[in-house]
Design a protein around this ligand. Structure first.
Ligand SMILES: C[S@@+](CC[C@H](N)C(=O)[O-])C[C@H]1O[C@@H](n2cnc3c(N)ncnc32)[C@H](O)[C@@H]1O
Length: 246
């Protein structure tokens, strides 16, 4: 196990079934516009990539981005197309870096909901909760939003944490909840081409990160009915695919 592998370590099962996740009744968002803090839905951690150690993860992300994390995520949020008044959802929000950047774009008349199956991550992120910035414990493959109710779904560095057999469901869920014309932005670390660098990443974080394949996720997006509108790399290491629901 690598140096940071413990940090990225996967939690064991916490014995929470999905139960009924109620697609029909949430209106504007999982947490509701009025509540603050976070909502625990009973969808807590159970997948192989669910993370703990929220505080250490948060510090690490500041460190490896040389203090530029919030600026990088602001750029990613801009890329998503989120605009004032929108409802945006951040899948696998972790400690909330992208969620907060999205909140700055949708403003006080909008709503951003960060979801993550890790209760620890959601509890940490919820320190930044406001009426228009909410967090909830949910996996990406079972979203607590109505059909066609969300303008933007975004996700950063989380797709490779979702069980591979659940990724098609996660992409299909994003498609279901988006309004026609709504956008899905998937960002993940671009694995280095260099074999030595790839070994280093593998040793530090584990094989999922070293081998994460944005191309495979892009194919899932096309299969789900999305039209790809942009793709590329930002800030050296952040590969992205932006797609629209037609
Ligand atoms: C590397 S962190 C990324 C956090 C944050 N998006 C960021 O960019 O800093 C990956 C996150 O994905 C979450 N995750 C794992 N399985 C998931 C699932 N099935 N659905 C949504 N998120 C999941 C983990 O708990 C973890 O918080």
């Amino acid at each position: 196990m690598g140096v940071f592998a413990k940090l990225f370590a996967h939690r064991g099962p916490q014995a929470h079934g999905h139960g009924s996740h109620g697609h029909g009744s949430h209106g504007h968002g999982a947490g509701g516009h009025e509540s603050s803090g976070h909502e625990s839905s009973g969808h807590a951690a159970h997948g192989h990539g669910v993370m703990s150690h929220a505080g250490s993860y948060d510090r690490l992300t500041r460190l490896v981005t040389l203090g530029r994390r919030d600026r990088i995520y602001a750029g990613l949020a801009a890329l998503s197309g989120a605009a004032p008044g929108d409802h945006a959802v951040d899948l696998g929000c972790g400690t909330g870096a992208l969620t907060r950047a999205l909140a700055a774009r949708v403003g006080p008349t909008g709503l951003v909901t960060g979801i993550d199956p890790s209760e620890e991550m959601v509890a940490f992120a919820s320190r930044s909760a406001t009426p228009s910035l909410q967090y909830a414990v949910h996996p990406a493959e079972a979203l607590p939003f109505d059909d066609s109710s969300v303008q933007v779904v975004a996700t950063a560095l989380a797709m490779h944490h979702i069980d591979p057999d659940q990724r098609p469901a996660a992409v299909a869920e994003a498609h279901r909840v988006l309004v026609p014309g709504g956008q899905l932005l998937v960002v993940d670390l671009q694995p280095p081409r260099n074999r030595v660098a790839r070994h280093v990443i593998d040793a530090l974080t584990g094989p999922e990160m070293a081998n994460n394949d944005l191309g495979a996720v892009r194919a899932l997006m096309v299969d789900a009915g999305f039209t790809i509108v942009d793709e590329g790399v930002r800030s050296v290491a952040f590969g992205y695919v932006l797609a629209r629901k037609v």
